[in-house]
Design a protein around this ligand. Structure first.
Ligand SMILES: [Zn+2]
Length: 142
């Protein structure tokens, strides 16, 4: 089975060079730290800099560790957004910025939408610009 690879939609950096997806988050106190997520969509195990770095229900600011750009979905900022490739398929992955909320919406470049997580049923699919229009890593796959 092909391996999921995650990319920043701004700078195209690969965000899971190892097994974990690495992002920068900011605590409510303004402290920055690394958040590590599973590369498996729908797996909500996370690693924080410290156990108390953020609290349940905090809406965290998520930025790219490479370019520092905000990764929030411009059309629906309750989600952070990453690009994901699995083999030759590209998707936009939206996941809730609220810590403790399990909700992920994956929109594939062929328009197929998949939802993951126990909290996703009350979320609307965010308006997306055409997934294929992300310059993304697709070009580098050819
Ligand atoms: Zn970036």
């Amino acid at each position: 089975m092909p391996h999921n690879k995650f990319f920043c939609p701004h700078c195209n950096a690969n965000l899971n060079p190892g097994t974990k997806v690495i992002l920068v988050i900011k605590s409510r106190a303004g402290e920055k730290g690394l958040l590590m997520l599973s590369a498996q969509v729908g797996n909500y195990s996370v690693m924080l800099p410290r156990k108390d770095f953020i609290k349940c229900d905090d809406q965290v600011e998520v930025t790219c560790p490479c370019c520092g750009e905000l990764l929030h979905n411009e059309n629906d900022d309750q989600f952070a957004v990453l690009l994901m490739t699995c083999g030759a398929k590209m998707s936009v992955v939206n996941f809730s910025r609220r810590y403790g909320e399990s909700a992920t919406i994956v929109i594939r470049d062929d328009g197929e939408v998949r939802k993951y997580g126990e909290d996703v049923s009350r979320m609307d699919v965010p308006e997306m610009t055409d997934v294929a229009s992300f310059k993304g890593p697709k070009n580098s796959l050819a």
